[in-house]
Design a protein around this ligand. Structure first.
Ligand SMILES: [Zn+2]
Length: 76
């Protein structure tokens, strides 16, 4: 998990346990662990790209770190 891409504009020290949650893959039902600022994950079983249902992609419109962030890449 150490190489996961994260928005540098968010500080995980203030996160709560519920900020980490599981999302079920729509293709195969595999459960993927999401952190609240993960824009997407690839299913470990079937490689389907699963978008984070809780993330606000709009943050890339104002976040000064958008250029360094995968969310900014998705906005292009
Ligand atoms: Zn899957």
């Amino acid at each position: 998990m150490a190489n996961k891409l994260r928005c540098p504009g968010q500080d995980q020290r203030f996160w709560k346990p519920e900020d980490i949650f599981d999302v079920r893959c729509p293709n195969c039902g595999n459960e993927i662990e999401f952190w609240k600022d993960d824009p997407f994950h690839t299913c470990t079983k079937c490689n389907t790209i699963i978008r984070n249902p809780k993330i606000d992609i709009g943050c890339a419109e104002w976040c000064k770190h958008a250029d360094e962030c995968i969310v900014g890449e998705l906005m292009k």
